[in-house]
Write a protein that binds this ligand. Structure first.
Ligand code: CMC
Length: 437
């Protein structure tokens, strides 16, 4: 990550008769930002930007996205090319190390996945401690954080490059095992251990769906659909969970703790929990007789908390390039598997009606990556509560890449925003016997 800033000219802020010159920072693709880092020390003012809709928190060389044009690139490479040609392991390497690996580098990276695929045997006790109805995002977050207790050698404040490399691949590989084990635990089946002869996605499917009495047959189309989804979810620059990972990591908390916090941020239905929420919404509409217009009206009603899940995005205001790929992928997979999912038909009808409605047109609300991803997970047989977990597995390389970029940048400061206080002015403490009834 460039520690220097490319600046072009200045913007002036005029306050209380003083003028502050603020450098204008320019990115690779011409994006512009006003550097207000001297504002508070020079003027005493802060800026107010709830939800950080206009605030840049860092410079980053990992992912570029242009929401108006529907562009998403990892390390400069368009998402469409990666979804078509890359593997999740290769894309992870690209995100974390900034370049496509050579054959030798990729072989070594894949071998390290195998080396680190097992979890500490004692960690299996964790699964017994959780109630059987535990949401897998709760156990995933707790287990990733507790990896800092099982692998304390990787929790140093200033890890070396080699240690960061090791922890990165270790996390990517072990998280897949933890997720599959948590599913097995939830259905009361014995764990299936990772296998060295299987690639990343088939290995996961085998751990999820094989059992002592049943061998899961790997279907290429299923592997391909999950590969595409993992790649599409792998990074999305400064989203809620990635910003959380960076904020927690900025205090020099270790990678496990930072990613555990990111998993919690991802869980919410406005972020990575949206894929689960979309299916729940479609099921609700279906049970209610498939009355799409009723739910469109509810989504538009300001007095109703109902939102069209899987619609809208903070950044994309034209289309979400990931959603285009996912929709086609869902169609292809269901066709190949010969599955007719009435929820897919309902989702398509809902999209059609919403995209013609002035409420959604005027607010530039389009289907996002999560609108159709749940249809694919359903077809694969992944249970509803595991949908956000699939997002978390996919987002892992992005979180790691951002944490790594941040700690390698010597200019990183602890994240610590300000506020405008609106509580009571100064008042004195009153002893309890003088407070009245
Ligand atoms: N249904 C109905 N109205 C909506 C929706 C929606 N899904 N999304 C936004 N709006 C309205 C919102 O009420 C507001 O209207 P008004 O201007 O009249 O007040 C306007 O559109 C702007 O919305 P906002 O809430 O200010 O936008 P935001 O950038 O703060 O929120 C969002 C983005 C994704 C949280 C939001 O669109 C949403 O809640 N969508 C549904 C949840 C969802 O699908 N999340 C997954 C996002 S993609 C996966 C990921 O990377 O996280």
């Amino acid at each position: 990550m460039p520690e220097t800033m490319n600046t072009q000219g200045t913007a002036q802020i005029q306050l209380d008769g003083k003028v502050l010159d603020c450098p204008v920072i320019v990115g690779t693709e011409g994006e512009r930002a006003i550097d207000i880092s001297k504002l508070r020390s020079s003027t005493g003012y802060i800026t107010m930007d709830p939800g950080f809709g206009n605030t840049g928190s860092c410079q980053s060389a990992i992912t570029y996205l242009d929401g108006d044009k529907g562009i998403l690139r990892y390390r400069g490479i368009p998402i469409e090319q990666l979804a078509e040609k890359s593997t999740f392991v290769e894309t992870s390497y690209l995100l974390i190390y900034g370049k496509l690996p050579t054959k030798k580098e990729l072989d070594a990276f894949s071998a390290a996945f195998n080396e680190h695929s097992m979890i500490h045997e004692d960690m299996k006790n964790f699964f017994n401690a959780f109630p059987s109805a535990t949401h897998p995002m709760a156990s995933l977050s707790a287990m990733v954080c507790s990896m800092s207790a099982y692998y304390p050698e990787f929790t140093k404040e200033d890890p070396t490059k080699e240690e960061v490399n090791r922890i990165a691949v270790q996390l990517l590989s072990k998280v897949r095992t933890i997720c599959a084990f948590s599913y097995k635990k939830s259905i009361g089946e014995p764990f299936v251990y990772p296998r060295h002869d299987l690639k990343y996605v088939p290995n996961f499917l085998n751990m999820m769906f094989s059992s002592p009495t049943k061998f899961y047959k790997i279907i290429d189309e299923v592997v391909n659909a999950l590969r595409v989804l993992l790649i599409l979810h792998a990074d999305h620059e400064q989203n809620c969970s990635t910003s959380t990972v960076r904020l927690v990591g900025s205090s020099r908390a270790n990678l496990y703790a930072s990613i555990s916090a990111g998993i919690c941020a991802l869980w919410g239905p406005l972020h990575g929990g949206a894929n689960q929420a979309v299916i729940e919404m479609l099921e609700l509409i279906q049970k209610d007789g498939g009355n799409i217009n009723k739910y469109i009206a509810k989504a538009k009603d300001k007095n109703d908390s109902f939102r069209l899940m899987g619609f809208g995005h903070r950044v994309y205001k034209n289309f979400d390039p990931r959603a285009k790929i996912v929709k086609k992928c869902a169609d292809d997979l269901l066709n190949k598997l010969g599955i007719r999912d009435p929820l897919l038909d309902l989702a398509k009808r809902l999209e059609e009606v919403a995209l013609k409605d002035d409420y959604f047109i005027s607010r530039k609300l389009y289907p996002n990556v999560d609108f159709y991803s749940g249809i694919i997970y359903r077809a694969v047989g992944i249970p509803l509560q595991m949908f956000p977990v699939m997002f978390a597995i996919g987002r892992m390389p992005g979180w790691i890449a951002h944490w790594k970029e941040m700690i390698e940048d010597s200019t990183t400061k602890i994240g610590r925003p300000f506020q405008i206080y609106i509580g009571s002015p100064k008042r004195d403490y009153v002893p309890i016997d003088q407070r009245g009834k």
